[in-house]
Design a protein around this ligand. Structure first.
Ligand code: ADP
Ligand code: MG
Length: 370
């Protein structure tokens, strides 16, 4: 199948070719025709599969004029910028786009929105500008949610509903994500969106994850964690703790010893969490100390290490936690710190993971400043 066979216009095909993009990916093959037919779609396809062009090719081909005809929402500023960059590879000379996100001045965004037929943005600032009457969606044709799953994880439901109340009822809804969460299905029902569902099977990646546990005295856990962090050649790491208090305490102690760690927990504002995730994603912070709940919002690919500072409650939680490391063929390591009294709790997990979790030799513990 070629882009041409998918009814993609000649100018766009040529622009894609100039970028070295000659054949559609599977998700593009499935979604582009349905979008051209005017259908609402809900697309589940893994990261890296080419979802951005999956919605932006038909959108760019169809929108025209100066009215805002497409609104594309993304959970973070970085992603919004990335989507816009991808879109600008295929737009025509006369097509204007704008990226709208919080934390910067309003004026250029307001001016941009006035003349752009494609608006890309994060939910908070977009809603803000809608409420101020600075974005006019009366000609909207496409409502696009990218990383819809992540949007739900990050708690953007209210903003999304607010934005939807500004959208005309006659519009096409394009929802994309790596998974389809239940909250999103509920949102669809509430707004009578009945999309065609496209599910692209995950490609099998060989995951090289080394799973280990370390027997340790309760009062040596912190210096063990510090030692493990210091001894390893790491990219990004996630440290899991059972309580919010522990996340704060552990992060603080690690920072005091020169580790670039920050706590992530449910007490933090949406904005703070988002900011933290961006700093983590671009490596400014390389250790995130999180509770299981807060970690739901973490979708970062370069995580090489997971450390269970506290033992997970159930085998499922264990699987969830370690699944954050060594994604997409990258090497990874998951280490669980185990106090004596926790062995029975951990036995169940070990049994479920049939011999995959190996006991680790105790390293020479480094001194940690308290
Ligand atoms: P996703 O949103 O599914 O995670 P992206 O849309 O970000 O994936 O695409 C991942 C990468 O693949 C990008 O660098 C993009 O330019 C590239 N890409 C997209 N479509 C194609 C294609 N048809 N052929 C080759 N590369 C592509
Ligand atoms: Mg994407």
């Amino acid at each position: 199948m070629s882009f041409k066979q998918l009814q993609v216009s000649r100018p766009i095909v040529q622009k894609l070719e100039a970028e070295g993009i000659t054949d559609p990916t599977e998700v593009q093959e499935k979604s582009i025709p349905l979008i051209f037919e005017g259908k609402d779609v809900l697309v589940e396809s893994e990261t890296g599969s080419g979802k951005t062009f999956g919605f932006s090719i038909p959108v760019v081909q169809e929108v025209e004029g100066n009215d805002t005809q497409a609104l594309i929402l993304s959970p973070t500023r970085e992603l919004a910028k990335q989507i816009n960059e991808e879109i600008e590879k295929i737009t025509a000379e006369e097509q204007e786009t704008v990226v709208i996100y919080g934390g910067v001045s309003y004026k250029p965004q307001i001016e941009g929105a006035k003349k752009s037929n494609i608006v890309v943005g994060t939910p908070g600032r977009v809603l803000d500008l809608l409420e101020q009457g600075e974005i006019d969606l009366s000609s909207l044709e496409y409502f696009v949610l990218d990383e819809a799953d992540r949007m739900m994880d990050m708690g953007f439901q209210d903003e999304l509903e607010g934005i939807l109340s500004f959208c005309p009822e006659e519009r096409q809804n394009l929802l994309f994500g790596a998974t389809i969460p239940r909250d999103l299905k509920r949102l669809c029902e509430k707004y009578s969106i009945d999309p065609e569902i496209i599910r692209i099977k995950r490609k099998k990646h060989t995951r090289n994850l080394d799973e280990k546990y370390l027997d340790i005295d309760g009062n040596k856990k912190l210096s063990a964690l510090y030692t493990l962090l210091e001894d390893r050649d790491r990219d990004l790491s996630i440290v899991f703790c059972r309580t919010k208090n522990t996340t704060r305490w552990v992060a603080k102690k690690l920072r005091k010893n020169g580790v670039n760690a920050q706590a992530l927990n449910g007490d933090m504002s949406q904005h703070k969490r988002e900011e933290m995730m961006e700093r983590f994603e671009n490596g400014e912070v390389n250790v995130i100390v999180a509770t299981d709940v807060a970690a739901r919002g973490i979708h970062v690919d370069n995580v090489t290490h997971v450390f269970n500072y506290d033992v997970p409650d159930t085998p499922d939680t264990y699987t969830h936690r370690i699944g954050r490391a060594g994604r997409q063929g990258k090497e990874g390591e998951a280490v669980t710190l185990l106090e004596n009294k926790q062995h029975s709790q951990f036995r169940q997990i070990k049994r479920k993971h049939k011999g995959k979790i190996k006991r680790m030799d105790k390293p020479n513990l480094k001194q940690i400043q308290m």
